[in-house]
Design a protein around this ligand. Structure first.
Ligand code: UT7
Length: 341
């Protein structure tokens, strides 16, 4: 039976650093409020003048991941691109990335699962690999949030949270009886909470898709019922983690690092306590990047590998929740002889 392993990872953050203090020039907020409520100190945004899309960030992260995997773009059987902020309404950013990688006919698939996009992407890549439909999958999570945020005080609860960025992973099928690679994936969705976190427009159910009235009401900006999402996150994250551990046949004690989605430091502190895992086994980087949605997990993974917090032989639990609502967890074990930096 084929196992899906990570051959290389990469990340890319645009160079424009935006601190909490910087945000106070546009809206009524403070460094103290943002840091206390979310743990965020800064985030990176694409240039204010525009011209940089999600696939541009993805390209940079992908080039690094490909290089570390020892692949050329031609080695890729399938591109999976997870984003809620595609460059354009359609076609998907996967197609744009494919072209930017210099490829002619390689299939490309977009996943619109927001904060769990990378989880849905890993599960999809795993299924493609196990079924024999692909053996080398480039999976990217990338977002440009900054061009879709309400910079006025009206949008401050959402705007202060989000950052731009990209992370990529090269996933490959290997024939082995060993218990390595993606050991389990648990995916969930509850569409009844769709309005708890959404960007409504442009909307095909409205004609035209973005009216002047909608624009003036700011309905093209993300809206969130933050308290409700927070409550659901602290309940669902431990639940889905146990489900993924059980499915993988791995105990919590065997987990070397938990890489949770980075939506709010307080959510992850609750999650860590409920799960009952040591503080130092919980990875946090929200301070530096904010919430980069589908890019969060691969950015954190790449960083944890670079810092050698994890490496060959490590077992990692990934867990996340976000718009949809969707929530998910994955257990992954690195082979003993791979991914050295
Ligand atoms: O990644 C997708 C999943 N998303 C999440 O998991 C996010 C989950 N939710 C959260 O992280 C939190 O709900 C937030 C950080 C978004 C908000 O924190 P909160 O503690 O739930 O604050 P709140 O929205 O209830 O607002 C409390 C107060 C309000 O003022 P009043 O009504 O008490 O006077 C807000 O107007 O804080 C005010 N406020 C702000 N003040 C300064 C809201 N945003 C800001 C801000 N700066 N940026």
């Amino acid at each position: 039976m084929k196992k899906t392993i990570i051959k290389g990872t990469g990340r890319y953050l645009p160079p424009r650093k935006v601190t909490n203090e910087d945000l106070t020039q546009w809206m009524d907020t403070s460094d103290e409020w943002i840091e206390q409520r979310t743990g965020i100190k800064q985030r990176y945004w694409v240039p204010e003048e525009g011209g940089v899309g999600t696939s541009d960030l993805a390209l940079e992260a992908s080039k690094i991941a490909l290089d570390r995997a020892g692949w050329t773009p031609e080695d890729i059987d399938l591109i999976i691109f997870a984003t809620l902020s595609p460059d354009i309404f359609f076609p998907g950013s996967g197609c744009l990335l494919q072209h930017k990688l210099g490829l002619e006919t390689t299939p490309a698939l977009d996943i619109r699962q927001q904060c769990t996009g990378f989880f849905y992407g890993m599960a999809t890549a795993d299924a493609y690999i196990k079924s024999g439909m692909a053996n080398r999958v480039l999976l990217v999570g990338a977002e440009v949030h900054s061009t879709g945020l309400d910079l006025s005080t009206r949008g401050r609860d959402v705007t202060v949270i989000f950052g731009d960025g990209a992370g990529a992973a090269c996933l490959e099928g290997v024939d082995t009886e060993k218990s390595i690679g993606i050991l389990s994936s648990c995916l969930h969705a509850a569409g009844k909470y769709a309005e708890a976190l959404m960007t409504e427009a442009p909307a095909s159910r409205v004609n035209p898709r973005l009216t002047v009235e909608m624009f003036e009401q700011g309905r093209h900006f993300a809206k969130m019922d933050g308290k409700n999402v927070f409550k659901l996150a602290v309940k669902r994250l431990p639940e889905v983690s146990h489900e993924a551990l059980d499915k993988a046949g791995v105990s919590l004690e065997e987990i070397d690092l938990v890489i949770p989605h980075q939506a709010n430091m307080r959510i992850n502190q609750f999650f860590q306590k409920t799960l009952g895992i040591a503080e130092e086994k919980m990875y946090h980087n929200i301070q530096w990047y904010g919430n980069t949605t589908a890019a969060t997990i691969p950015i954190a993974l790449d960083e944890a590998l670079e810092k050698k917090i994890i490496g060959p032989g490590s077992t990692v639990l990934f867990a996340g929740l976000g718009a949809g609502l969707t929530w998910a967890a994955t257990v992954y074990k690195f082979p003993e002889n791979s991914i050295s930096r």
